[in-house]
Design a protein around this ligand. Structure first.
Ligand code: SF4
Length: 325
């Protein structure tokens, strides 16, 4: 970090966000008498343009909050009594491991997985730095079989001990019966669920790179002796690879539970490779959120031929919503 000149008694300290998201926003920390009281995005830094995500914009509130958890605590009273004792990190990790071991060893029915040849399991293993065969559990045969198996666990004890692994399209379909667990990939400092809230379908943490278990859908086409696909296959490839998808096709993609490339804020050059914050050339985040959430996002601005976008940072009218490009 380096200090900047600030107004009166305030020092602006320049820095970069330490989180593991690929945006790496440029920060200005406002400090008075040695205490940080506000964190803002650096307006002069073009990719950040003065904006931070909600969690980092409220950093100082969290850092100095009286109830901030600073060390592990063990509950010593009944649930809800609020009685805890302080324990060491080693003791906390040991206690959790000791409780999980017998569950995994005694009742494999309670850890449900997809087969180790499926994309879901292979992507998960990659993010945990494991081989697919090291992810242990009972294969549920299909994604819908997995969703049904977890959703129908009805014994109170088994329900709290049963974990299943499935794609978000199936999770969305069975939401009423399933609870998501936040996922922390190797190297991350926090765990995330795909959506911004349990009740929304915006997949914001997938789209901005915080939830890393995602990959592209693959299509394969037979080719002729000259290496070209058939005209029919070529027509489909052309429909799917243009920056601006046909609106009906875009709707079908979103309603099937997938995220179109135009709604992503990060990209990958290789399967499960490192992410970069390069946004798509043609963006559709607002339209995606409207269709996926079934209502517009309040911060999105509608536009049309007769109602152009006037915000210079969001000048492009894409699918009826003002976007950055
Ligand atoms: S979006 Fe948030 S978490 Fe990501 S770099 Fe910016 S401030 Fe940090």
């Amino acid at each position: 970090m380096s200090a900047l000149t600030g107004p009166a008694d305030v020092t602006l300290v320049k820095g970069a966000c330490p989180h593991d998201c690929p945006d790496t926003c440029a920060l200005e920390v406002h400090v008075r008498n040695g205490v940080a009281f506000k964190v803002t995005g650096a307006a002069a830094h073009a990719p950040t343009a003065g904006v931070l995500c909600t969690k980092v914009a409220r950093y100082t509130e969290r850092t100095y909050h009286a109830n901030r958890l600073l060390h592990p605590l063990r509950r010593v009273g009944g649930k809800g009594e609020g009685l805890f004792e302080r324990i060491s990190w080693d003791e906390a990790i040991h206690t959790i491991a000791e409780r999980l071991k017998p569950i995994a060893a005694d009742d494999p029915q309670q850890i449900l997985v997809r087969g180790n040849g499926t994309a879901t399991l292979r992507l998960l293993a990659k993010m945990l730095d494991l081989t697919p065969t090291q992810v242990w559990g009972t294969d549920q045969g299909s994604a819908s079989g997995m969703a049904r198996a977890v959703a129908t666990v009805n014994d109170a004890t088994a329900a709290t001990q049963t974990i299943g692994i499935l794609g978000t399209d199936l999770y969305d379909e069975f939401r009423g019966a399933l609870k998501p667990l936040a996922f922390e990939a190797k190297g991350q400092k926090c765990a995330y669920v795909p959506d911004s809230k349990l009740a929304t379908f915006d997949k914001i943490n997938v789209r901005d790179g915080h939830y890393p278990i995602w990959g592209p859908i693959h299509f394969y086409a037979a080719v002729t002796g000259t290496g070209s696909p058939s005209p029919q296959a070529n027509a489909l490839i052309n429909l799917l690879t243009v920056p601006k998808l046909d609106k009906n096709l875009l709707d079908a993609v979103v309603l099937a539970g997938y995220i179109p490339a135009c709604a992503m804020r990060v990209s990958r050059q290789e399967e499960m490779g490192p992410m970069s914050s390069r946004p798509p050339d043609y963006r559709c985040g607002c339209y995606y959120e409207k269709v996926a959430n079934k209502k517009p996002t309040p911060s999105c601005v509608a536009c049309s031929e007769g109602l152009p976008c006037i915000d210079p940072t969001h000048p492009s009218c894409n699918y009826g919503w003002c976007e950055a490009q």
